[in-house]
Design a protein around this ligand. Structure first.
Ligand code: ADP
Ligand code: ZN
Ligand code: MG
Length: 505
């Protein structure tokens, strides 16, 4: 009987460690560039410091600290009087010094929060700490063979040997550690989306850069009875729950998938009366599963000690000195109030800073509603379809504004502007006036429409008869004739009205 103990009512408890690559020109402790050239050869952006050569001394990059302070302010975190660096000791071939410079007992940011919306509700997750550290280099595992290296690249267990590249070593990272406040993998995805939004607004992050966001996700299954009234869990329960840490996650979607897999896996184990091993697991993006890597290391394993080559940094006044821009939530609210946008348009227009900036430029020239339709629906729709980022067209703001101006002034029909002018502008890189001229899309003037209406009526006596006999299709037919005569440049609504007036009058 005891074997079939009742099914436990289990809820996932999830906490994240997110590694964010900060956008700076140079590495965090040396002057090497952080910007990989397209044809970059391995081990070309390196120097004695990031190669860990004996005697080389780190020099802290102020821009990296500034970027980290901005993140701290955006997360509403505490920034201490003094921050310090530590050495985290371990051996791995991508880490030439055999230690990583990171922060330990005095991180740059502590006790922050990030609000996001999830399934229509506001959620808030606490950020325990966010600290600055250096990225290691990267390894490439290869098999013997004669073909090109890309083809021979493989996973570590199938490799004959590995190559190491220190170009990435020393790139500034910020590790954002949350409290275990998530209760569902889908919340994690919403959180990461919001985090990226904020980082992008701050101008410290490039989502398009390969590996710019790397996530370690911790998950344990906790019995519903252990939660307190407002959904919290005590430190004792957290410490007692066997959790796994999934590494190697590089996308929002991957985080959700890895955690969903991990939830089911742990649930199955527990229901079969087996223990969940406290371990580090690897996410296989292709298979959507997680596999055991090693038993979880503990803090003691790393023998953290003070980085004596970097003096403590006094940062108390940096928080005042460094300004951050209006953040997405505030901007969304302002767009609703200032421009009277609905929630959906305001969201769409503020999720990327470049889009919001673009919208405001257009809105200033015209009525905000028309600008919202044109930027949020038409322009973003066409850009998505072409997989082109807004940044690629921000220098064409004038042309785009001109197009909206032409629509507003009734110089071109909305349909032609959307379906031909905008598309041609994007495909061929030409301005709206040129497209309209070339394609003969200038809106037919009143006289031309009146002439076409008269002609259509004269040439189609049967349709006129059908119209008077009450046949609905006849009017549409006549509208079509007028549109054809004006080369599609008349406004269908106007044509409709004119025809009726003429036929009924
Ligand atoms: P460690 O010492 O193993 O690094 P930390 O206490 O520093 O553990 O927490 C690391 C991450 O694990 C944090 O994101 C935290 O929210 C999360 N975490 C802690 N306890 C649990 C738990 N029981 N279940 C899921 N995640 C947890
Ligand atoms: Zn260097
Ligand atoms: Mg930790």
């Amino acid at each position: 009987m005891a074997r079939t103990a009742e099914r436990a009512d289990l809820t996932p408890v999830i906490g994240l460690e997110v590694h964010v690559q900060l956008e700076t020109d140079t590495k965090v402790f040396c002057g090497c560039s952080t910007d990989p050239a397209d044809d970059e050869a391995p081990n070309t952006r390196v120097c004695p410091v990031c190669l860990g050569l004996p005697g080389a001394l780190p020099v802290l990059n102020e821009a990296a600290v500034e970027a980290a302070v901005k993140v701290g302010k955006a997360l509403d975190a505490d920034i201490p009087e003094e921050t310090r660096f530590h050495r985290k000791n371990y051996y791995y071939p991508d880490l030439p010094k055999n230690f990583q410079i990171t922060q330990y007992d005095a991180p740059l940011c502590a006790d922050g929060t990030l609000e996001f919306s999830h399934e229509g509700e506001r959620r808030e997750v606490r950020v325990r700490r966010a600290h600055l550290e250096e990225d290691p280099g990267s390894l490439r595992h290869v098999r013997e063979g004669t073909q090109d290296l890309d083809v021979r690249t493989t996973s570590v267990d199938r490799a004959d040997y590995s190559l190491v590249d220190y170009n990435r070593a020393g790139t500034p990272l910020m590790e954002v550690v949350t409290e275990p406040d998530f209760r569902d993998p889908s919340e994690v995805r919403a959180f990461l989306e919001k985090l990226e939004e904020v980082l992008e607004y701050l101008g410290v992050f490039d989502a398009a850069r390969d590996g710019s966001l790397r996530i370690d996700a911790n998950l344990s299954m906790v019995d519903a009875a252990e939660f307190d009234a407002d959904g919290g869990v005590s430190d004792d329960v957290l410490a007692e729950a066997n959790r796994t840490e999934v590494k190697n996650i590089s996308s929002h979607r991957g985080a959700e998938d890895a955690l969903s897999y991990e939830r089911s896996r742990q649930e199955n184990l527990i229901e079969r009366g087996k223990a969940v091993a406290q371990e580090t697991r690897h996410f296989n993006e292709t298979h959507g599963n997680t596999v055991s890597m090693r038993s979880k290391e503990t803090e003691e394993d790393y023998r953290y000690f003070r980085e004596a080559d970097l003096p403590p940094l006094q940062v108390s006044d940096w928080k005042e000195r460094i300004a951050i821009p209006e953040l997405p939530d505030a901007r969304r609210e302002r767009f609703r109030e200032e421009y009277g946008l609905d929630a959906e348009s305001a969201s769409k227009l503020t999720s990327r800073k470049a889009v919001a900036d673009f919208y405001e430029e257009v809105a200033e020239a015209f009525d905000p509603d028309l600008a919202a339709t044109w930027v949020a629906d038409n322009l973003l729709g066409e850009l998505n379809y072409r997989d082109v980022p807004i940044e690629d067209v921000t220098d064409r703001l004038d042309e785009f504004t001109r197009l909206v101006e032409l629509v507003a002034a009734d110089e071109v029909t909305t349909k032609n502007a959307e379906e031909t002018v905008l598309r041609t502008m994007l495909d061929e890189g030409v301005g709206p006036d040129e497209v309209i001229e070339r394609e003969g899309l200038g809106k037919a003037d009143d006289d031309a429409v009146a002439d076409a209406v008269r002609e259509a009526i004269e040439e189609n006596p049967d349709a006129v008869k059908d119209y008077h006999a009450g046949e609905g299709g006849a009017l549409n037919f006549l509208v079509g004739q007028v549109m054809a005569k004006t080369g599609g440049s008349a406004d269908p609504g106007t044509v409709n009205e004119r025809l009726r007036a003429e036929l009924d009058g």
